[in-house]
Design a binder for this molecule. Structure first.
Ligand SMILES: Nc1nc2c(ncn2[C@@H]2O[C@H](COP(=O)(O)OP(=O)(O)OP(=O)(O)O)[C@@H](O)[C@H]2O)c(=O)[nH]1
Ligand SMILES: [Mg+2]
Length: 323
């Protein structure tokens, strides 16, 4: 705990590894550690940044990071990569694309690759976020590839959700990835430089209209910004817009309310996960589940009856294990 709150980088990295561990003895230690650091958490701005592979997330964060460090003390960048295994190409790529940030003494970068579905990643990313907050990082950026379910998980753990888009990709409204767009608090059209500028302006108009139609703006800040990491244009505008929205949310109490809702949802999914784990680890349950499934599949048993039977067996297994 002391190592973390004094921002000892080695301790912090070890604590994150501990939080990610699935060994039973690590799990209880991690739980204890996270409980002890709680009073030191909650004081950062949590920003999720998502977009399709190659949209320019890492390059954008490299630029945005320097803008952020003008007004904030310390920045942590957590990048989740659901597609590549540990040691895979894009993580090595990120090291080079965030070259100046990764050497900055006030910046902590933590890539995490995941092979499993989103649930596990989301859980540990949240914990990593709390550990970074305890270490005094006052801005946390979470980079995630906008494919699959990852953006929903990330949306549920941040104060602001920024979507990066390329002009020319998904510009037409019917074909647009509407689901993801509805999550976004702001859209940045990336690579708005050189020959791309005109196309980017057109995309901005289309997306601004769509954003206008689907939500009530919670500040006067722009909802669609043209950015270029090459020329640095628009990057400061994005950050100022994020700060304006967050300060507005704090003023009207929605900031705290949303965090409370997120913690409640985190608690529930943690409990459901633990319960599920406990059920599947109980003696005889997986076998019984298999045979009940076979009966259900051929309508030999009603699904409701099978579920009740499984619950009964689980209760029995608990009683036996207590004796
Ligand atoms: N012209 C131009 N090129 C850019 C800009 N930003 C990024 N690029 C280029 O786009 C490519 C992809 O950039 P990345 O930052 O790696 O994109 P990413 O979204 O992080 O990619 P993944 O991590 O693989 O999902 C790189 O070759 C960058 O040099 C920009 O503002 N303008
Ligand atoms: Mg990247």
């Amino acid at each position: 705990v002391n190592g973390i709150i004094t921002d000892d980088r080695i301790m912090l990295a070890q604590a994150i590894t501990l939080a990610e561990s699935h060994l039973p003895e690590d799990e209880s230690l991690a739980e204890d550690l996270l409980q002890k650091i709680m009073p030191h958490t909650g004081n950062s701005l949590r920003v999720g940044i998502t977009g399709v592979p190659g949209v320019g997330k890492s390059t954008f964060i490299e630029s945005l990071g320097h803008v952020i460090l003008k007004s904030h003390k310390k920045l942590a960048v957590l990048s989740i990569d659901p597609t590549s295994p540990i040691g895979g190409g894009s993580i090595l790529g990120d090291k080079t694309r965030m070259e100046t940030l990764s050497k900055h003494p006030q910046v902590f970068i933590r890539p995490s690759a995941s092979l499993d579905a989103m649930g596990g990643v989301a859980e540990h990313t949240r914990e990593t976020m709390l550990l970074c907050e305890a270490a005094g990082y006052d801005v946390i950026l979470i980079e995630t590839v906008g494919v699959g379910q990852s953006e929903y998980a990330v949306k549920d753990m941040v104060d602001f959700f920024l979507l990066l888009m390329l002009a020319g990709v998904c510009d037409d409204l019917p074909g647009m990835k509407k689901g993801i767009m509805e999550l976004a608090d702001m859209i940045a059209i990336t690579k708005a430089d050189g020959d791309n500028v005109n196309r980017a302006r057109q995309a901005q108009a289309v997306h601004a209209q769509a954003m206008h139609n689907t939500r009530t703006p919670n500040s006067d800040s722009p909802t669609v910004v043209l950015t270029s990491a090459l020329t640095q244009s628009g990057i400061a505008e994005v950050w100022n817009g994020i700060l304006a929205v967050i300060s507005n949310a704090k003023k009207y109490g929605t900031f705290e309310a949303e965090r409370a809702r997120q913690y409640a949802s985190w608690f529930r999914t943690s409990f459901e996960g633990m319960l599920k784990d406990d059920v599947t680890k109980s003696a005889g349950i997986p076998d019984l589940e298999k045979s009940l499934l076979a009966d259900v599949a051929v309508s030999k048993r009603s699904p409701r009856n099978a579920a009740a039977e499984l619950l009964k067996a689980y209760h029995h297994a608990i009683r036996v294990s207590k004796k």
